[in-house]
Design a protein around this ligand. Sequence first.
Ligand SMILES: NC(=O)c1ccc[n+]([C@@H]2O[C@H](COP(=O)([O-])OP(=O)(O)OC[C@H]3O[C@@H](n4cnc5c(N)ncnc54)[C@H](O)[C@@H]3O)[C@@H](O)[C@H]2O)c1
Length: 358
Amino acid sequence: MERIEWVIDRCRLLQAIGAEFDETKPFAGLTIGTGIHLEPKTVALLLTLQRGGAELVSTGNLNTTQQEACDYLAACGVRIVGGPTSDPAEHDAHLWEVVRSHPDLLLDNGGDLFARFVEEPYDSLRGGTEETTSGRMRLEPLRDGIGLPVLVINDSPIKQFAENEHAVGQSVLESFLRLTNLSTNGKRVTVFGYGACGRGVAANFRNAHAVVSVVERDPVKRLQAMLDGFLVPDRDDALRTADVVVTVTGVDGVVTAADAPLLRPNAILANAGHFPWEIDAAGLAAAGATVLEDGHMVNLAGPRPLGNSVESMDIGFALQARCLEAVARGEVGAGACVVPVPRAIDEQVAASFVSSAA
Ligand SMILES: NC(=O)c1ccc[n+]([C@@H]2O[C@H](COP(=O)([O-])OP(=O)(O)OC[C@H]3O[C@@H](n4cnc5c(N)ncnc54)[C@H](O)[C@@H]3O)[C@@H](O)[C@H]2O)c1
């Protein structure tokens, strides 16, 4: 409880938006269905939306829900569906329960809610937001079925550099240290993916004195990794030499059981991508490899999971609050289906953070 309140107090942007929402009530009479990690920073976001007049029906993501966050939200009047689970079938039922309560707005993380809406559409949905890269990839082909404004927070340049690059890199390093109690000095670390998240993961391990290789299927980004000073061996060599392998691609089956013969005996694998399918954890474990947290998002797993820094999430969640406000007020039309955050919102949030830090 103290930890949750400490986090809420340090979400400066959300606090300021909450104070504004106390007066303006953009969500008065509306229900927001949410399917996002339930942990202290999301508590701060959901309570901000509640201050704007929203009723909330909320479930978490697979394997990342923190019971204390659920209890705190429930005590504040949020309807919590389910609780911590790593069982995909149980999680599926929770997601359906949120969608079948027919919220007016959806706050999605991974495309779970909008994908189900497309299967069982209803008239009162106004649209909503999607937080992640993985969700955007999943929802793009569903645009015709959605037909409503859906703003993708991930595709704000602010989210890209504030969270994906700087914060994911820091929290994946912190999680590796916390979960293994091993050093990074001189370790050979292979990072799969050199998007925003991969750039941060690679940089943070290098800053922690590891020798970092990058495997990237896009030749342009592979060149970028090389010019940033990383080794860019071919995939199999990068696996053969690695003490630590981190996947952060958003793509399934990046490292599979077929790769087990390539791995060093003590190699440790971890996934930081949204879904736990990047590493075939079961297949590799059967072959004797160590996969941290069964391949679930490593920076929101294990004992005392912290996730990304409070400041990075405050910025990203300020974008969330402003985007949901714009959809609720009808300021974006159906043409804005699975599109980036409007530039005016990026500018507003960026200016607020800079002035609040002054
Ligand atoms: N752990 C967290 O806290 C956190 C936070 C934000 C995003 N994410 C997730 O991290 C993942 C990556 O996000 P991003 O914003 O960096 O995405 P991105 O699309 O910018 O980058 C992914 C990169 O992976 C590369 N890639 C794809 N398949 C590959 C393969 N088999 N081998 C090597 N490279 C491959 C792509 O070419 C791309 O450059 C997504 O699943 C996203 O949802 C996690």
